[in-house]
Write a protein that binds this ligand. Structure first.
Ligand code: PMV
Length: 367
């Protein structure tokens, strides 16, 4: 139903000549526990994924808008952490152009955009999901500022999620707090390939709203194979079909575990998803490896710690070498000393970041 909905309902009303203002949003990065890997044309995921939004890893974005005197609007400047950034500016320009059918007003506005991320670039956390989410939220607010609107209701976030997806797939999950699901699955009714939705409160045991994520930086150098190339290689991947089946099975186990409060199955599933993601990379054509020796050392340590203590802590990995140590807040007293003495020594320059489930995006006044 939503495939062409936002284009069909694009607002074409002329904007007042003196329209001018500034809109800012902050949006979190998210960490996927059920992984999106592989996409079809139009940013449609090969399989459903599920993530939670982080508390401290956040991108803020401010958008200044003004009616263009030439009648032809466009991006006038784009700054990242206070500096003009040509590479990103090009990507954002293309992104905005691709959104004209949804927001015809963009064709008449001059825009100046500035973003700021709260986490160090060296942390290896992709800021693109948080950035595209923040930008999409700014665009939806811009529309409300120009034409009036219902003020950030469910439809607002659904639309923002749809627009964020067009910038970067996983970004569509960053417009929510808590757990976000993106993609169709047999195991959850609201799953859509076009936008993410939040899991219903009754489907999440409160224990799972206390998840912590220690981001352990095994290596911060730029990765040799981009996520886009990785996604593309899933098209003819020998394990494509079995991956699609496996994800459904993992999704079912995962949803069941977080509803029932089953910590053990939760940990089993998230580690299986992380290792599968990297297994798919190794068995792509050409195959590649993003894990580093430090990654493997930490995995070994985490599994030993879990066996020795009986504490349900596990790891996940993004498309990179860094470990995300996932644990419950109730275990923090025992897990923290393990991080600092058992894992930090394997991190590059001892770098790790203490994060966890956050409260989602929010409108702000300034960067
Ligand atoms: O949104 P992209 O194209 O950067 O892909 C992200 C893919 C993973 O981070 C590896 C998994 C995920 O679901 O976020």
């Amino acid at each position: 139903m939503y495939t062409t909905f936002y284009q069909d309902h694009a607002i074409k009303t002329k904007i007042p000549d003196d329209a001018e203002g500034k809109i800012c949003w902050k949006s979190p990065a998210n960490i996927a526990l059920i992984k999106y890997w592989g996409k079809e044309t139009g940013q449609i995921p090969m399989n459903a994924s599920l993530s939670f939004s982080l508390k401290k890893s956040v991108v803020k974005a401010c958008m200044r808008y003004k009616v263009s005197i030439t009648g032809e609007g466009g991006l006038q400047s784009f700054k990242v952490n206070g500096e003009e950034n040509e590479t990103f500016a090009r990507r954002i320009k293309d992104y905005l152009l691709s959104l004209y059918p949804y927001f015809p007003c963009l064709g008449r506005l001059d825009l100046e955009i500035e973003t700021h991320s709260t986490f160090p670039h060296s942390a290896g956390i992709a800021s693109s999901a948080a950035a595209f989410s923040a930008l999409a939220l700014c665009l939806c607010s811009l529309e409300e500022a120009l034409y009036g609107g219902k003020n950030q209701d469910e439809d607002f976030f659904r639309k923002a999620s749809y627009m964020a997806r067009l910038g970067s797939g996983s970004a569509c999950r960053s417009v929510y707090d808590g757990f976000a699901l993106w993609g169709e699955t047999r195991h959850y009714q609201t799953g859509s390939n076009l936008f993410a939705t939040r899991l219903f409160e009754q489907d999440v045991n409160p224990l799972f709203n206390t998840l912590q994520d220690a981001i352990l930086v095994a290596d911060s150098s730029a990765k040799k194979v981009s996520s886009s190339s990785g996604h593309a290689m899933m098209k003819n991947h020998p394990f494509r079909e079995s991956r699609i089946e496996q994800v459904e099975l993992n999704m079912q186990k995962f949803l069941n575990a977080i509803k029932e409060g089953d910590e053990k199955t939760f940990v089993e599933v998230i580690e299986n998803e992380a290792l599968t993601l990297h297994g798919l990379m190794m068995t792509s054509d050409p195959g590649y490896l993003l894990m580093k020796p430090g990654t493997l050392e930490m995995i070994e340590k985490i599994r030993n710690f879990r066996e020795e203590t009986g504490i349900n802590v596990g790891f996940t990995l993004d498309a990179g070498p860094n470990i995300h140590l996932i644990y419950f807040e109730k275990d923090a007293k025992k897990v923290r000393p393990f991080i600092t003495s058992g894992l930090a020594p394997y991190c590059q320059n001892g770098l790790w970041m203490d994060d966890g489930m956050g409260t989602g995006p929010g409108k702000i006044n300034n960067l």
